[in-house]
Design a protein around this ligand. Structure first.
Ligand code: ADP
Ligand code: MG
Length: 621
């Protein structure tokens, strides 16, 4: 891969583009820094390098990221996560139903079979498309980068899993649009991780790498060939329901059993106790990636019983042995799908928080070679890092990266009823445009119907129908005479437009694949943009209100301590001091009674207090 800035100096500051890893559990944002020759991860306002993919709705405000995660225990039904599992899907998809069963928030069937998330916000029922929830996360990442860069950021590259179909990619692009971003390109997560890997390694020749991405709830394996300027995805495999949460659950079940046996109770009856215990299990699991043993210690977990247990790394590994073995099996399959043998694999790139688990790394070494497991990239950040490099390259910043992605599945049309004619074979580098010619099957046929499919199976029924359209206006002729040109165009984002043209009459028709999974219409997107703007204004209002409230609080406490101090030192009369303190106490009471007042009310109260109710001498304290 070509890369690394050419060090043209800092020069005039350029408006940068950002790379966003929009993860199922965590998001991460990065920006290319040409003077350091590397991408930099941008920390959020809590100082964290990744931000939980959660949005919460409360009686008074909307919370995103860490703030949403921090209140999930008290507001589970209005805290939305896993939106990535819904984006671009139909409500009736069986995987959507499987997920809904485990979510504390409500998902209902919307127009055109779209899933809609239902929450209560400011005492009203509100409905959100998955695109809107994702857009809120993207907007958060945009704000995080703007706070750091100190200017408005528009251009972005967003990553998606390699198995995402056209509808899921488009929906992700719509989410970006709703967030006010110009999505320059959607790229695959393993490709982004491979870019990051390529930037950490001096490249010669061609390397075959496995990207092993084990996240919070999903496992994605890809085999890629990485060469200078070209990354080709050879095979993808994985399990959409295997990840960190499963390991947490195993530990949770173990702890619940221990607790119940010890105290002869059933603590699993308390959802709250389970939530507390689960979050401690997750913390313990993380510790076990660097320590041999850790302690889970919770006061008053259930019915006033405390809970304390030591968990060793060996115990954790035993609890998850079959799941870890499953991960290894999926890697084996993926290498097999790529028509490679283990010794053709040069490196295994570890990505995703759960790839830090020591046992998994050990199993990978045992199965695929000691040298192959590569710790050169940061597992939480590699995807955002690669996205930032790609974003900078597209934004004409000081970095060169020529990169080729490929179509993961073959695309074709239906012919003769049940066979598929491939127009774009799998693994074709994109962007691309391919044509194929068809004709009519009956005499005087004036229209043809074109079905667009993706998949590797010979029979149409076994492939995935992406869209269909009719081309009419073909002049009557004997069957086999008309020549219909079908053209598939795939953009850099992997988004497909299919068109058909009757060469004789020039009649033509074009579709961009839209009905796979019920995409949002243009109007819906515009409406959501307006809505997002309203939310942003609301957030600003809450921020302003909190600041006004804090200023008032600050004034009261500050003045109280100064007056008390002066009173102690006998610098002022006791009676005068007490008068002031009592005025301040009533202001404090007002604060308690008016938690939800508007910003201007706090400001007025402060002005009144400061300039009218405080005696003159307080100014000199
Ligand atoms: P996603 O790609 O699904 O958004 P991440 O790659 O951020 O998710 O992975 C999140 C998961 O990684 C969580 O389940 C978290 O518990 C787990 N994780 C994070 N750090 C560690 C660690 N040090 N050891 C084990 N698991 C970890
Ligand atoms: Mg991820």
């Amino acid at each position: 891969m070509e890369g690394r800035g050419r060090g043209r100096g800092r020069g005039r500051e350029q408006v940068k583009a950002i790379g966003i890893d929009l993860g199922t559990s965590y998001c991460c944002v990065a920006v290319w820094q040409s003077h350091h020759n590397m991408a930099e991860i941008i920390v959020n306002e809590q100082g964290n390098r990744t931000t939980p993919s959660m949005v919460a709705f409360t009686q008074s405000q909307r919370l995103i990221g860490d703030a949403a995660k921090n209140q999930i225990a008290t507001n589970p039904v209005n805290t939305v996560f896993d939106a990535k599992r819904l984006i671009g899907r139909r409500f009736s998809d069986s995987c959507v139903h499987d997920d809904i069963k485990f979510w504390p928030f409500t998902v209902i069937q919307g127009k055109d079979d779209k899933p809609v998330i239902q929450v209560t916000h400011k005492e009203e029922t509100k409905l959100f498309a998955p695109e809107e929830i994702s857009s809120m996360l993207l907007m958060k990442m945009k704000t995080i980068s703007e706070r750091y860069l100190k200017y408005e950021v528009k251009n972005a590259v967003i990553t998606v899993p390699a198995y995402f179909n056209d509808a899921q990619k488009r929906a992700t692009k719509d989410a970006g649009k709703i967030a006010g971003l110009n999505v320059m390109r959607i790229i695959n997560e393993p490709t982004a991780a491979a870019i990051s890997y390529g930037f950490h390694d001096a490249f010669t020749g061609e390397k075959n790498v496995v990207v092993f991405d084990l996240g919070g709830g999903t496992f994605d394996v890809s085999v890629l060939s990485v060469q200078k300027g070209k990354i080709v995805v050879k095979a993808v495999n994985g399990d959409m329901h295997l990840g960190g949460q499963d390991f947490d659950n195993r530990m949770l079940n173990y702890c619940v059993q221990k607790f119940n046996t010890k105290y002869k109770v059933d603590m699993s009856k308390s959802a709250k106790a389970l939530r507390r215990l689960r979050s401690e299990c997750e913390r313990a699991k993380r510790n076990l990636s660097s320590e041999e043993e850790t302690v889970i210690d919770i006061d008053c977990l259930y019915k006033e019983h405390d809970f304390s247990v030591k968990v060793s790394r060996a115990k954790f590994e035993e609890l998850n042995a079959d799941l870890f073995e499953k991960c290894i099996e999926i890697v084996r399959e993926c290498i097999h799908d790529a028509h490679m043998s283990n010794d053709q694999i040069d490196d295994i790139v570890l990505v995703g928080g759960s790839s830090r688990i020591t046992k998994l790394q050990e199993l990978l070494r045992q199965n695929f070679g000691q040298e192959e497991v590569c710790n050169k990239v940061n597992p939480d950040e590699a995807v955002a890092y690669g996205a930032a490099v790609q974003a900078a390259a597209l934004n004409n910043e000081d970095v060169t990266l020529a990169l080729t992605d490929v179509t993961p599945l073959s695309l074709g049309t239906e012919t003769d009823g049940d066979a598929i004619t491939v127009v774009v074979p799998r693994n074709t580098p994109i962007p691309t445009q391919r044509e194929n010619y068809f004709t009519t099957a009956c005499d005087n046929q004036t229209s043809v119907s074109v079905g667009v499919y993706e998949g590797e199976r010979a029979l149409i029924a076994q492939n995935n129908l992406l869209g269909e359209f009719d081309l009419s206006g073909i002049p009557p002729a004997r069957c086999g005479v008309p020549s219909v040109k079908v053209c598939f165009k795939i953009s850099e984002d992997g988004i497909l437009t299919a068109s058909a043209e009757d060469e004789g009459s020039g009649a033509s028709k074009e579709i961009t694949i839209t009905n796979a999974g019920g995409r949002l219409s243009k109007e819906e997107v515009s409406k959501m943009i307006a809505n997002a703007e309203k939310f942003r204004e609301d957030d600003e209002k809450v921020k302003k209100k909190n600041m006004a409230r804090k200023s008032l609080e600050h004034f009261i406490y500050n003045m109280k301590s100064r007056v008390t101090e002066a009173k102690k030192k006998h610098n002022i009369k006791t009676s005068a001091a007490e008068d002031v303190l009592s005025t301040l106490n009533s202001a404090e009471e007002w604060l308690d009674d008016n938690e939800e007042a508007e910003a201007c009310e706090f400001e007025n109260e402060l002005k009144e207090l400061q300039f009218h109710r405080m005696p003159h001498f307080t100014r000199n304290l």
